[in-house]
Design a protein around this ligand. Structure first.
Ligand code: IVH
Length: 674
């Protein structure tokens, strides 16, 4: 190919196309082209850059992870300081804030505020020159930060070039925002760290900070860092005209391809701020990332300028903090819990403490590496974090308050109830009891699972009664439950004639069950409801399942080598087979799934998105499988129907781009029941 002005033009056009599609995909979660089409554009660009190295610009989307690790961090002076925020802890503080603003501006009436969730991440400054990302730096002391451009460039949602005509972009602008990592990605990063014998992160914020504080950009590139823009520093406008308000700046950012928090909003007065605060506080636990409050900013930029700042915080903004989710208490004891499949979880029991209105008295600790990392000991003063329904977590130990002579916790060799030493599974950081159902704790755990709602669903048989039945030697395995008679239990604590009769009746009634429930109830490791359903579909009856071969298992949708191994192990144990046979002899009747192969959905490949009013999503899935449909989780050209409920995700757009028939709840149920 010969060099010509056309080549440069095409390279720049490819930048624009790739940046736009990448923004739609990474920031808006609304893919606008197929993956292979995106790859084709990217490959075309790479190809041109190899052939014409002079057109390989530093702001090319191909140049995200480049170069070798740095020797050190360069200091960067921000063009305008990065300020911090004053805090408000209650409605009074907010009223004072509003009053101070009115007094200072010598006005009456209502102030409009931009309302933004306060992300608990790392503040960064992105300097764009003529629309291209020039330098990215940390906040540092507010005046001078550190150059982290090499790491920021790896974050796919941060544009290397702003979307728009160069002549319309500011010649220079400092864009401020927050880099963060989502809660689920933080959990995954920690699981990976444990597996690889590396240190875990205490919280998502530390994980994000740790990723940015690396000299080697490949580390940041391997972590799913996200970014939301929320502020502006220095600007040299050029032909661009800065809008009049904070909310319009955010809109402008979005049209330049920068991600902004979709929950950002504008409140017309203080009351609306309060409503916004409660709305986000209620949604807090369901957000994918951690926030610790709301930032309220006077929306009008002229008013912001008039208000100015005091020391290092602006007078025009405030952070209204959420109630603390952290409390301090003392560890009374570290004990151990044995799970259904023998994994041992350390549990810290502590002096009850009230955190955000909930009394907390124990926390489970992931595993023994976590005990080592925290070096938590009995008698230690610790900070506990409680967030929503999540099990409380110890986040740090106050070493200054540690009592003399405290003992480091070491791996227990065996627990008081164990007849065999515990084993540490290679690479799992988990101790396991290998006694199987000979271990009383595992026996109880597996019985609780066997009778649970999604398994045999035996009404009135809770944890306490199971413990009692095992303790009195009335039940030691699943089959014993069906051998129970009224006379065995009528005299037990808490039972009378009526309750004993009812319990025996519900046990007997549970014998009429379905094959997927029955397979699930056996409690085989890695066999959850979906896998049990697939096994039931494939083997069709329990006899076939009991004689399953590895090669049959591996052919089944969703079953990989790990699950297949656990199933194989389960089936290789003679006691398990005779237990299942005993259950069948005692009248347990797992009915095969009746596949109605004559439904319009039979053998069709279907994807579900959104939520439904008259049916739970999981049940819809189960019913589709029952008529022989293949339900998969992502839309592709092979998808034959998309069933879209309320608030459908990006799958809807993808399906409509691919011209896949889309059905709403009513239409889908009508076909399903036809
Ligand atoms: S504005 C002059 N907006 O909170 C205004 N900050 O305590 C300065 N933060 O360092 C910040 N979300 O890292 C602003 N929507 C948001 C924010 C936000 C999180 C962080 C930011 C800052 C700290 C201030």
């Amino acid at each position: 190919m010969k060099d010509s002005p056309k080549i440069k033009e095409r390279v720049l056009e490819l930048h624009k196309l790739i940046n736009l599609h990448s923004h739609n995909y990474h920031s808006l979660d609304e893919p606008s082209i197929e993956d292979h089409q995106y790859d084709a554009l990217f490959n075309e660009l790479l190809d041109l850059e190899v052939k014409f190295p002079k057109y390989q610009f530093s702001y090319s989307p191909s140049q995200r992870v480049g170069g070798k690790p740095l020797d050190g961090f360069r200091k960067i002076e921000h063009l305008t300081p990065m300020l911090s925020l004053d805090n408000a802890f209650n409605d009074n503080d907010m009223e004072d804030f509003n009053k101070r603003i009115l007094e200072r501006l010598l006005i009456e009436g209502n102030i409009r505020f931009s309302c933004e969730p306060k992300l608990d991440g790392i503040a960064v400054n992105l300097l764009y020159k003529s629309g291209h990302l020039d330098i990215a730096s940390t906040r540092g002391d507010g005046k001078i930060g550190e150059d982290i451009t090499h790491n920021i460039r790896t974050i796919n949602s941060i544009p290397l070039s702003l979307i728009g005509n160069n002549s319309d972009l500011p010649s220079m602008i400092e864009i401020r925002g927050e880099v963060f990592i989502e809660k689920k990605d933080f959990d995954l990063a920690n699981k990976k760290a444990i597996k690889e014998g590396e240190k875990t992160f205490a919280n998502p914020r530390n994980a994000a900070a740790g990723s940015l504080r690396q000299l080697d950009p490949s580390i940041a590139a391997s972590r799913p860092l996200k970014f939301y823009a929320h502020g502006i520093g220095y600007i040299e406008e050029g032909n661009f005209k800065l809008p009049d308000s904070q909310s319009e700046i955010l809109e402008q950012y979005q049209s330049w391809g920068l991600p902004i928090n979709p929950f950002s909003d504008v409140a017309d007065d203080l009351k609306a701020c309060e409503e916004y605060f409660h709305k986000i506080l209620n949604a807090r636990d369901n957000l994918p990332y951690e926030i610790d409050g709301i930032v309220f900013k006077v929306n009008d930029l002229d008013k912001q300028i008039s208000l100015g700042q005091v020391s290092r915080a602006p007078r025009w903004a405030i952070a209204r903090k959420f109630p603390a989710e952290v409390g301090t208490t003392v560890v009374k004891k570290i004990s151990y819990q044995i799970g259904r499949v023998g994994s041992i979880t350390p549990v810290a029991e502590f002096t009850p403490v009230n955190i955000g209105g909930v009394t907390v008295s124990h926390a489970s600790i992931h595993n023994f590496d976590e005990i080592d990392r925290l070096d938590v000991r009995e008698g230690d003063t610790v900070d506990i974090k409680r967030a929503g329904d999540v099990i409380p977590q110890i986040i740090s130990v106050d070493l200054d308050k540690r009592k003399k002579g405290s003992q480091k916790i070491s791996l227990p060799k065996r627990l008081p109830c164990c007849k065999k030493d515990l084993v540490k599974i290679e690479g799992e950081a988990i101790l396991r009891c290998t006694m199987g159902l000979d271990c009383p704790a595992q026996r109880i755990g597996s019985l609780i699972h066997f009778v649970s709602r999604n398994a045999l669903n035996i009404d009135g048989l809770g944890e306490r009664i199971i413990e009692l039945l095992v303790d009195k030697n009335l039940v030691s395995n699943f089959a014993d439950l069906f051998r129970l008679e009224i006379k065995d239990i009528i005299d037990l604590e808490g039972f009378g004639e009526k309750s004993a009769t009812n319990l025996i009746r519900s046990i007997q009634e549970s014998r009429e069950t379905t094959l997927p429930r029955f397979i699930y109830s056996l409690g085989i490791r890695e066999v959850g409801e979906a896998t049990a359903m697939n096994l039931a579909l494939n083997f069709n009856n329990i006899t076939n399942f009991l004689s399953a071969k590895e090669e049959d298992l591996l052919e089944i949708n969703d079953i990989g080598p790990v699950a297949s191994n656990f199933i194989k192990e389960f089936l290789a144990i003679e006691e398990n087979i005779s237990l299942v046979e005993d259950l069948i002899t005692l009248g347990v009747n797992p009915k095969a799934m009746e596949i109605k192969g004559d439904n319009p959905f039979s053998s069709k490949s279907i994807v579900i998105t959104g939520s439904f009013n008259s049916i739970a999503r999981s049940q819809l899935k189960e019913e589709l499988i029952r008529v022989g449909a293949k339900v998969s989780s992502s839309v592709s050209s092979k998808t034959e129907f998309l069933i879209a409920g309320e608030k459908p995700g990006s799958k809807l757009k993808k399906a409509s781009d691919l011209s896949i028939p889309i059905l709403d709840e009513e239409e889908a149920l009508k076909i399903l029941n036809s």
